[in-house]
Write a protein that binds this ligand. Structure first.
Ligand SMILES: CCCCCCCCCCCC(=O)SCCNC(=O)CCNC(=O)[C@H](O)C(C)(C)COP(=O)(O)OP(=O)(O)OC[C@H]1O[C@@H](n2cnc3c(N)ncnc32)[C@H](O)[C@@H]1OP(=O)(O)O
Length: 136
């Protein structure tokens, strides 16, 4: 793990409860997936009334990293492919979920999606993660 990066600090932008400007995502397990709910705020918008795509990509990236982290893998995102299918409105509560598709040695391929308030896919994503270590 790089210097300055301590999980105990809880400063992860997406999931760290101590980060004052973080998203404070709280993940849980359901079957083979990790999931989190997130209510989008006005400060997350890009086009007026619509959530910024970069933030939705962050939700996917984080969910996939969480899937690995919770299983003891410290793995970095090497590649992230994101498809924006439906705009998400400010104020909406979305569900982000991630799961493993394949592992080839140190390379993990995961998938994620953001479901809108109606349960329809707003974003689908795939990520390649490279194993860098294990957490105790
Ligand atoms: C508080 C608690 C929080 C707990 C939860 C924490 C959540 C945090 C979530 C944050 C998620 C992020 O945004 S992470 C931050 C964004 N990502 C980064 O900063 C990573 C920056 N990039 C790197 O550090 C590096 O390039 C790596 C680690 C990705 C790869 O470098 P490396 O480790 O030297 O790996 P290397 O030997 O080159 O390659 C190993 C194998 O992976 C393949 N490979 C390498 N890079 C890639 C790639 N981009 N796409 C595809 N494949 C790749 C190689 O071909 C090779 O396969 P073969 O030839 O052996 O078959």
């Amino acid at each position: 793990m790089p210097k300055g990066l301590s999980p105990e600090d809880n400063w992860c932008f997406a999931c760290g409860p101590a980060n004052p400007i973080g998203l404070k995502l709280s993940f849980y397990e359901e079957g083979e997936k990790v999931k989190a709910r997130f209510r989008v705020k006005p400060e997350h918008q890009g086009w007026p009334g619509l959530v910024h795509g970069g933030l939705l990509a962050t939700l996917c990236d984080e969910a996939m990293a969480q899937w690995l982290w919770r299983r003891g893998f410290v793995a970095f995102t090497g590649e992230l492919k994101v498809r924006f299918r439906r705009g998400v409105a400010v104020g909406e509560e979305v569900l982000v979920e991630a799961w493993l598709k394949e592992r080839k040695g140190p390379l993990f391929l995961l998938a994620a999606q953001v479901l809108n308030a109606a349960g329809l896919p707003a974003v689908t994503a795939e990520g390649k993660f490279i194993l860098k270590g294990h957490n105790p």
